[in-house]
Design a protein around this ligand. Structure first.
Ligand code: CA2
Length: 146
């Protein structure tokens, strides 16, 4: 089973600013934790980040036939992107929405996710562990689809 992790804008800055909100781990640290758990779960992982909406859309489209589940931290595009929502809907690959922070406990503009209705579920508020929980959910979703 192959899982595609996609990370949206500014997540490359993790560990450098706002540690009180996003923790002190870098995205590379999170990727290392994900890869360690992936070994135990015997799943393959591809882990990518882009600041560009169109690149994320391209990666979602290209995932068809290659990945069974997408785990997506769309970052700020979560709250704005009809293009990401349409891409998730178009490819039909089950997608798990994840966030480091509890978006529902933050500013009102973060309460709305445009992608949530086309995702299989949402995990938020557990810091870097949201990524591990996202991967475990992906394994569950894949088993459900067999
Ligand atoms: O909590 C999350 O994972 C978010 O997806 C993070 C996004 C935010 O726009 C979403 O509402 C919730 C922001 C990612 C930016 O990360 C930064 C890291 C370090 C310094 C500044 C921003």
């Amino acid at each position: 089973m192959k899982i595609l992790f996609l990370n949206g804008p500014n997540l490359n800055l993790l560990g450098t600013r706002e540690p009180e909100v996003y923790g002190s781990m870098t995205l590379a640290d999170i990727e290392a934790e994900v890869r360690q758990r992936a070994k135990e779960l015997k799943v393959e992982v591809d882990f990518r980040q882009s600041n560009l909406e169109g690149e994320l859309v391209n990666w979602i489209q290209e995932a068809k036939g290659k990945f069974q589940v997408i785990v997506l931290n769309a970052a700020a595009y979560t709250h704005t992107s009809v293009a990401l929502r349409d891409a998730i809907s178009a490819v039909g690959i089950p997608t798990v929405e994840i966030h480091l922070s509890n978006v529902h406990a933050r500013e009102e503009f973060r309460h709305k996710s445009l992608i949530a209705p086309v995702c299989r579920g949402q995990i938020c508020g557990f810091g870097s562990k949201s990524y591990i929980l996202g991967m475990e959910s992906a394994v569950y979703v894949n088993a459900e689809n067999k």
